[in-house]
Design a protein around this ligand. Structure first.
Ligand SMILES: [Zn+2]
Length: 222
């Protein structure tokens, strides 16, 4: 996802905004509402702050969505130069059987699956993190941490029993890996997103990059 980060001094906020243009067979208002609610809730939940010129700024996420026809997506994407605009195809399945963002971290295009329970499973928030440049943590073992697994934890990660699919089995056994529903955005992950944004020379930064790729129903680039 590309996004725009703006420093808003009157309210001591860094506001991160973008719009997800949803298209495809399963794109509708209901799924859009669910996705956006999950993303905004999870990314605002930690109440992250960042120090800018000695002042503590609240980091606020205000992500929106719009459902558009595939033909409109094509028209828009062909000439898109705005980091605000992201193109996400919503389908029931694709050729790799999982939701994904485009090629490389920070891409403004993706192919997400309703079979991943978008908006209720943390998958949408996880893919959104990739789109802002976040990678999976290098160490996929979160056991012993006092907090829930981070939003960028990959499926198959090791976690404390209460965050497993089955809390009763040992880590690594069947059911002994992370149930993604327990993932939460951490302050550290927000810090990674805004790392390097000094706001010394400018009040506006552009996050990610614009491939403007669109996908067909099965998830192949068109
Ligand atoms: Zn991932």
């Amino acid at each position: 996802m590309a996004a725009i980060a703006r420093l808003h001094l009157p309210t001591s906020q860094i506001r991160i905004t973008s719009c997800l243009f949803l298209y495809g067979s399963e794109a509708n208002q209901r799924i859009g509402e669910l996705i956006i609610e999950e993303i905004n809730r999870l990314y605002n939940e930690p109440g992250a702050t960042a120090l800018v010129n000695g002042v503590n700024m609240q980091v606020l996420f205000d992500i929106s969505y719009e459902v558009i026809a595939p033909s409109d997506a094509l028209n828009m994407a062909t000439s898109n130069e705005s980091f605000y605009n992201n193109f996400i195809r919503i389908e029931a399945e694709n050729h790799i059987t999982r939701s994904f963002m485009g090629f490389g971290l920070g891409d403004n295009s993706g192919h997400w699956l309703t079979s991943d329970n978008l908006g209720t499973s943390t998958t949408a928030a996880h893919e959104f993190g990739h789109s802002l440049g976040l990678d999976h943590p290098a160490n996929p073992d979160f056991r012993g941490s006092s907090s829930p697994p981070p939003i960028m934890a990959a499926r198959g990660s090791f976690v404390d029993p209460q965050y497993q699919w089955n809390p009763l089995v040992k880590a690594g056994e069947y059911g002994g890996t992370m149930n993604p529903i327990h993932r939460r955005v951490s302050k550290e992950e927000i810090a990674l997103i805004i790392e390097g944004l000094t706001f010394k020379e400018t009040e506006t930064y552009y996050i990610g990059y614009l491939s403007n790729n669109l996908f067909d129903r099965k998830g192949m680039v068109v």
